[in-house]
Design a binder for this molecule. Sequence first.
Ligand code: PXP
Length: 237
Amino acid sequence: MRFTLNVDHVAYLRNMRGEQQPDPVAFALMAEQYGVDGIVVHLREDRRHVNERDVRLLRELVSTKLDLEMAAVDEIIEIACDVQPELATLVPEKRQELTTEGGLNVLDNISRVKKTIEKLHGADIEVSLFVEPDIDQIDASKEIDADMIEIHTGVYANAPTDAEMFDELERIRIASIHAKKIGLGVNAGHGLDYQNIKDFIVLEDIDEVSIGQAVVARSVFVGLERAIKEMLYFIRK
Ligand code: PXP
């Protein structure tokens, strides 16, 4: 299983004072040195964390893989096609939300998502769709030519009881096996941390996990190198 680091929270911290520090680009480059397999950022329409300068610099400097999370809207599609990250992950986006609240409803937005995939493919960008562990959403993703999905793990991560957590893990397991069988790559993310990753890594069909908050938060206490190496230890075990 690969581990990509989302550095949005570093940009958020920088923006709170409107200053230069901490720089999410410098953070991302250090994270690469400590062994992450890729860097993830979400360029939101309201630019609440990373901005265009960050995305363009990351494109120039990231040597592992750049995954640009984005909504399927014209302005951001245009930037993505120009910047050409290795991967674009399409997510739903609401202005009022604190963070992405759930998977993309591919079935209800089939023509918009399909057109977005076509445009991104035209710029040589692979496309992943952030979806719930739902077989119909996964089949729809394949139908409109997505290269991979990212399974939303928020329900697993926030489950109030162990029983509910393991039920959701089973849903994710079934969904990931199905996605692999029909030829999709399978990523996963949202709310994964140093505790819940331990049960998650048994899922053999997940290629990659995308983690932000837990690792950035831990790095405040123990430093970035240790925060990354601890997570890598669980993921690679
Ligand atoms: N994957 C997606 C699609 C996300 O929107 C986020 C949150 O920005 C993550 C992964 C990472 O979630 P977290 O910060 O909770 O680890």
